[in-house]
Design a binder for this molecule. Structure first.
Ligand code: PLP
Length: 423
């Protein structure tokens, strides 16, 4: 039998099973009700199938084991985090070694050696002159840092982002996204008022007009929209944005929280087009499963903050957490191989899907199967067959596939076969 991590689904109970369901009931008593969907309650009322989430107990490689011992194949890589696979042995070892040595340092007050090594390596891995960074814990943190940096550097408060974009849900990042207005509306009165969403791929003239007529300090864009529907930017468009920003002294930031560290087949998605932003936000797979993120910038961009005067203008208790830094160093050391593996996996998965008559978009191992209104149903029914794949897009119009790079050929075949049966 293949080792755990490379196995095909094996279901021992209905999905979700009794242990998952009992755990979800416990969760519902103690977690804010807005966090975990308990679809079963609604579904039961509608007389539909039980479709509460499963509760994870263990994950390795491309396999998830739930509380009932059911074995799943993960085509999400845990929201794009486990690009190296779940519980990658080198990541686990690095976390263990670091925990034995130094579990916590003191952010901006007393740095530690692992953080310094990571920052050097990050500068080396990043494209262009993006050689300085603000470390943080989540993708949204990195976006917040980019917004602050752009304001300090340009003195302008306006931000342009793009329709269907998703940049996280911190108070700073919430109004920048245009993925779902429901994320913003309740907080409209307390979020950044000066944000404009242009169409993704907006004509250059529209971007130039927006930059000319408004006090815009930052243009923020995902080179491949991930949650917004696995949509790559049109060819040449990032170049046009770069040119328009340079001409008007506006900062250009790429949100590569999802696409960074090999996911699209290159170390960073912007490398496909050879366009270098002023700021680059990364997170998710950087820590290989440990929360760490960064806003990278050129030396000139970061100079806008001025030197620390004893108390940092921007910091966190856990800034540059030693374990996150240690695991991120593993991600960086393996970056060229990971990017190649994602390119190869993306090609082979795309070929299998198109051979099955399906229409696929995306880049590298960030793919969207165009299933239209069927995406949500298919995603739920795939779970019943042991495959995790989430819908994406403003209207949930694609089934998004961002698997671990180690997804085997047999797992790909089994997934495509299950998908075909459900269609
Ligand atoms: C492109 C992009 N930016 C930012 C974020 C926010 O990251 P986090 O959830 O770690 O705050 C996400 C999360 O999915 C994302 O996809």
């Amino acid at each position: 039998m293949r080792p755990l991590g490379q196995r095909l689904p094996l279901l021992r109970s209905p999905v979700p099973g009794p242990r998952s369901r009992a755990a979800i009931d416990r969760l519902a008593r103690f977690e804010c009700p807005a966090i975990t969907a308990r679809r079963a309650r609604r579904a039961q009322a509608l007389g539909a199938a039980h479709d509460d989430p499963i509760v994870w107990a263990e994950a390795i490689g491309a396999n998830i084991v739930d509380a009932d011992g059911n074995l799943f194949v993960d085509l999400c890589a845990g929201f794009g985090v486990a690009t190296l696979g779940h519980r990658d042995p080198e990541i686990v070892q690095a976390a263990r070694d670091q925990a034995e040595l130094l579990l916590h340092a003191m952010g901006d007050a007393y740095p530690d050696l692992t953080r310094i090594a990571l920052l050097e390596e990050l500068a080396h891995a990043a494209p262009g002159g993006l050689c300085q960074a603000i470390l943080s814990l989540s993708g949204a943190d990195a976006i917040d840092a980019a917004v602050k940096t752009a304001l300090l550097a340009t003195g302008r408060t306006g931000v342009i982002t793009f329709q269907a974009s998703y940049h996280g849900l911190s108070l700073g990042a919430t109004p920048l996204g245009a993925y779902k207005s429901a994320f913003v509306e309740p907080f409209r009165r307390i979020v950044h008022p000066d944000v404009r969403h242009l169409p993704f791929g907006a004509p250059s003239s529209m971007v130039r007009d927006a930059l000319r007529t408004q006090q815009v300090g930052l243009v923020l864009v995902e080179p491949v929209q991930a949650r917004g529907g696995c949509r790559p930017a049109p060819p040449g468009w990032l170049h046009d944005l770069r040119e328009a920003c340079t001409r008007t002294g506006t900062f250009l930031a790429f949100d590569e929280v999802y696409t960074g560290f090999g996911r699209t087949g290159r170390a960073f998605a912007c490398e496909h087009e050879g366009v270098i932003p002023d700021l680059l936000c990364v997170g998710k797979s950087l820590g290989g499963g440990y929360p760490i993120s960064a806003c990278l910038g050129t030396e000139a961009a970061m100079a806008a903050w001025g030197a620390s005067r004893g108390e940092a203008l921007h910091t966190q208790t856990f800034l540059g957490h030693p374990i996150g830094c240690a695991t991120a160093r593993v991600t960086l050391a393996r970056l060229p191989q990971t990017a190649t593996a994602c390119a190869v996996l993306g090609e082979s998965l795309r070929r299998r899907l198109t051979d099955a008559g399906l229409t696929v978009r995306g880049k590298g191992a960030l793919l969207g199967v165009e299933l239209g209104a069927e995406s949500l149903r298919i995603s739920r029914e795939l779970l019943q067959r042991g495959f995790l794949a989430l819908p994406a897009g403003v209207d949930a119009e694609v089934l998004s596939l961002t698997p671990p790079a180690c997804l085997t050929a047999a797992q790909q075949d089994a997934f495509v076969h299950a998908l075909q049966e459900l269609l």
